[in-house]
Design a protein around this ligand. Sequence first.
Ligand code: NAD
Ligand code: DAU
Length: 380
Amino acid sequence: MSYKETILITGGAGFIGSHVVRLFVNKYPDCHIINLDKLTYAGNLANLKDIEDRPNYTFVKGDICDFEMLMKLFSGQQVTGVIHLAAESHVDRSIKDPFTFAQTNVMGTLALLQAAKLTWEALPEKFEGKRFYHISTDEVYGALEMTHPEGIQPPFTTKASSGKHHLSYGEQFFTEDLKYQPHSPYSAAKASSDHFVRAFHDTYGLPTIVTNCSNNYGPYQFPEKLIPLFINNIRHRKPLPVYGKGENVRDWLYVEDHARAIDLIFHKGKIGDTYNIGGFNEWKNIDIIKVLINTVDRILGRPEGEDMNLITYVTDRAGHDLRYAIDSSKLQRELGWEPSLQFEEGIEKTVRWYLDNQEWMDNVTSGDYQNYYNEMYNGR
Ligand code: NAD
Ligand code: DAU
């Protein structure tokens, strides 16, 4: 069958990538969706079981740092668009092993950019109708303070430039024109990759788009990240390691809302532009942890709050950013995107998903899934 477009999604076996692949495979049967993933510890093909047999879906096991493989893939499959999510994504791991982060996030992105550029510019139509969409993070902007001009104690009600009111912990927000100030090796590597993407647009005219999104939560997130780790620990009554005083603030977005934003921006976003994606949904870690405890306890029929004693304050993360808060009004104003889920609804769905999918969690935490799926897809 000949397809209208061939879209290469990198990192599609990871948390956000699997939601993006699922959305695109289901929504665009006339497009060929290729998922290129190295299947690191964070990649898990069980995340895509429901769509793996679709005719418009192809999985390719490979490393984005492998330039020769990329060149073959681009020309052999006639790739017309890229949505680039593959990355090392966990801040704590980046503190222990910064080299892997520089290799994948910087060199891997560069290899992908160069393969896209060389392949597309050799075509008669060159960059016409092509798109290279790079998924980045709000962490590149650094950390925000928790201040109010009149000294009011946070959280307080703020009016966003979109006109909507929401609770916030500070007067400042990450906007698209803010200077980059990354603090962790993870965010430094992501910042560097963003600069390369923009440099390829400005230097060679590669049709790029960059988005910077806030913390995602939802099904299929690897349980090294706060929300799935804590849900699993509460279930098994294991200690909950809260970094520092639990006062740090993150801005949470349900992963399917991020995937919808990616779809919209991939198709309607302005070439060369940047969009911030976030839910205007700031939470202190300790408050979110209490919500998780109450929700898990209620669903499991335990007395609500019984597991508060699992909270264990531990040494803070080195260089721990105090507050992230995204201003996504540009995306709302220009492309009409809005988050669809209220946080309470999203957390309820998420907790239920992890509790209902204990087998997925057990496979991931035991590590067995990696051998099984790697063997299954070797040579494909
Ligand atoms: P994840 O760690 O769950 O998944 C990453 C995927 O990339 C995995 O499937 C892994 O196997 C694959 N991968 C890693 N190195 C690779 C390589 N060298 N070649 C090919 N594939 C490789 O990550 P995630 O949380 O889904 O994040 C996806 C992207 O979104 C990342 O670029 C991340 O920086 C960005 N992001 C994440 C969040 C969040 O809250 N999780 C928020 C904003 C932006
Ligand atoms: O802001 C977007 C970023 O969000 C993404 O770019 C990253 O890929 C993603 O991992 C996430 O980064 P964070 O560091 O914010 O997420 P994490 O789930 O690791 O931690 C969330 C907060 O919870 C953070 O303030 C650290 C704290 N924390 C985390 C863990 C794992 C704890 O207190 N204890 C823990 O055990």
